[in-house]
Design a protein around this ligand. Structure first.
Ligand code: AMP
Length: 429
C-alpha cells in the first residue's frame, strides 16, 4: 500500500506514525510533512492547498490512499477532486466540509436537525449585527463564520467587547473572508469534551472521547491557542453519554448532510459543552481529526488505519460500533516563546535519544538544517505523548519527556489532564 498524508503538523505526524504501526510495509508519503514525518517516509514539497499539485503527486507516486489532515484542503475541494479521479481518499467533500468551514451553515444544519447548540443568529451586515449585540444578555460569543485557524472565536464578557469584535470582523476585515459573516451566540457554561466518529456517511464508529486544553496558561487561563494539550480517555464520557452524542448529535448531522446530497466520508468531530444538568450542546463541528487530540487518540487505537482505508475505498463494514481505549494518553504541546501572538523561531532543539519507552514525540513547527540541527520553526513545536495505564501515569510520562527535551524559551503547560486528576482526587475523598 502507498499512502499519502496531507499536512504538516503534529496531527499529521501522528497519522503517519499510526499508518506505519498498523501497516509496517506501507510506503509512506507526506505533503509537505515535517522533520518528524521525514523519519517515517518521504516528504513531498507540495503545500496543503495546492490541489492540482497534490493530484499530480498522487498520480506520480502511484498513491493508493490519501489521508487529508487539515481542514483547508478539504474546504478547497481536494477530496472531491481525488474521488472524481477514482482515487481513494479519507476526508469529506467540500460540500460536507462546510460543517466546519461555515459556522453559519453548521448552525442552520443543527437547527434543522434538532441538534442542541447555543441559540444564535448569523449576520453579514454590520448595523444589524450591532443592534443584535445591544439586545443580547452578557456574556456572549462572537464567531467568524469561516475558517480562522481556531482563532475566530471571541468569548465576550460585555456587549461593548462583543461590538468591538463584530466591528473588527465585519468592518475592519480581521480574519479576511472568514469574518465576512459572523455568528453571535449565547454563552454556555460547563465542561468541554471532544467526541469523534469515523463515518462513511451511513455507519458510525465512535472513538474514545478526549479533552483538549485551548488556553495558553495553566488552570485554563490566558489567551486561546490552537491547543496546548489533550488527554484520553475522559471518565465523564460514560458509554451512555457517548451513545447519546452518537444518537442526538453525530448521526443527525451525518443524516442531514446526506439528505442534502453531501454525504460525509471521514471523521466528524463534535466539540461539545456539557452542562451541569447533563445536556451536551455543540460548540462546533470539525471536518477532520483535532490537533492535539489526534496525538493522544491514535496511539490508543491500534488498527485504526484499516478503518480509514476501508472508508476511503468505499468497502467499510465495521464489526464494532465503538472503539474503546484500554490505556490512557496525555499529549503535551511544547510551544515557542511568544506563542500564540509572535512565536520566536530559530532556537536549536535537543531531543534525547533515550526517552522512556511509551513516550512519543510528534513534530509540528520544526525544521532541520543541512547539518542535521533541529530548530524551532513555528508556534507549536512538538507534542510529547505519554502512554500509561491511567491518565496520571501517562501524564507523568509526558511531563518527564517534556522536561528532557530542550530549546531556548521552551513553554508548556504542566497541568494537561488536571480535571481528570481532580475527579480522581474527589473520588478518593
Ligand atoms: P469553537 O472554535 O467554536 O469551538 O470555539 C473555540 C472555543 O471558544 C471553545 O473551545 C470554547 O472554549 C469557546 N466557546 C465557543 N463557543 C462558546 C459558547 N457558546 N459558550 C462558551 N464558550 C464558547
Amino acid at each position: 500500500m502507498r499512502v499519502l498524508v496531507v499536512g504538516e503538523g503534529g496531527r499529521e505526524h501522528a497519522l503517519c506514525w499510526a499508518v506505519k504501526r498498523d501497516t509496517p510495509d506501507a510506503a509512506l508519503f507526506a505533503a509537505p510533512g515535517n522533520p518528524g514525518t521525514a523519519q517515517l517516509g518521504t516528504n513531498l514539497p507540495v503545500p496543503t492547498t495546492a490541489v492540482d499539485a497534490l493530484i499530480g503527486a498522487v498520480r506520480e507516486h502511484r498513491i493508493d490512499f490519501t489521508i487529508v489532515g487539515p481542514e483547508a484542503p478539504l474546504a478547497a475541494g481536494l477530496a472531491d477532486r481525488l474521488r472524481a479521479a477514482g482515487l481513494a481518499v479519507f476526508g469529506p467533500d467540500r460540500a460536507a466540509a462546510r460543517i466546519e468551514s461555515s459556522k453559519a451553515f453548521a448552525k442552520e444544519l443543527m437547527e434543522r436537525a434538532g441538534i442542541a447548540t447555543a441559540a444564535s443568529r448569523s449576520f453579514t451586515a454590520l448595523e444589524a449585527a450591532l443592534a443584535y449585540v445591544q439586545r443580547h444578555p452578557e456574556p456572549l460569543v462572537v464567531k467568524a463564520s469561516g475558517l480562522a485557524a481556531g482563532k475566530g472565536v471571541v468569548v465576550c464578557a460585555s456587549r461593548a467587547e462583543a461590538a468591538r469584535a463584530v466591528r473588527a470582523m465585519l468592518a475592519e476585515g480581521a480574519f479576511g473572508d472568514a469574518g465576512r459573516e459572523v455568528v453571535i451566540e449565547d454563552y454556555l457554561e460547563g465542561e468541554e469534551l471532544s467526541v469523534l466518529a469515523l463515518t462513511d456517511g451511513a455507519r458510525t464508529l465512535l472513538l474514545p472521547a478526549a479533552q483538549d486544553h485551548k488556553r495558553l496558561g495553566e488552570g485554563d487561563r490566558g489567551p486561546n491557542t490552537g491547543g496546548m494539550g489533550a488527554y484520553c480517555p475522559v471518565s465523564i464520557a460514560s458509554d451512555a453519554l457517548l451513545e447519546r452524542v452518537r444518537r442526538e448529535v453525530l448521526e443527525p448531522a451525518i443524516h442531514a448532510l446526506a439528505t442534502q446530497g453531501a454525504p460525509y466520508r471521514g471523521v466528524l468531530y463534535a466539540g461539545l459543552m456539557l452542562a451541569a444538568d447533563g445536556t451536551a450542546s455543540v460548540l462546533e463541528f470539525n471536518c477532520r481529526f483535532g490537533d492535539p487530540e489526534t496525538q493522544a487518540l491514535l496511539p490508543l487505537l491500534p488498527g485504526v488505519t484499516e478503518h480509514l482505508a476501508a472508508i476511503a475505498a468505499g468497502t467499510w463494514r465495521p464489526r464494532e460500533t465503538t472503539l474503546v481505549a484500554t490505556r490512557a494518553a496525555v499529549a503535551t504541546v511544547l510551544v515557542a516563546p511568544g506563542y500564540p501572538d509572535k512565536p520566536e523561531r530559530g532556537a536549536a532543539i535537543a531531543v534525547p535519544r533515550d526517552l522512556e519507552p511509551e513516550t512519543l514525540v510528534f513534530h509540528a513547527g520544526t525544521s532541520r538544517d543541512a547539518d542535521g540541527t533541529l530548530r524551532v520553526h513555528g508556534g507549536r513545536v512538538l507534542t510529547v505523548t505519554g502512554l500509561g495505564d491511567s491518565v496520571a501515569s501517562a501524564r507523568a510520562r509526558s511531563a518527564r519527556g517534556c522536561e528532557l527535551i530542550t530549546f531556548g524559551g521552551k513553554t508548556y503547560r504542566r497541568d494537561i489532564g488536571w480535571r481528570e486528576e481532580e475527579r480522581a482526587g474527589a473520588a478518593r475523598g
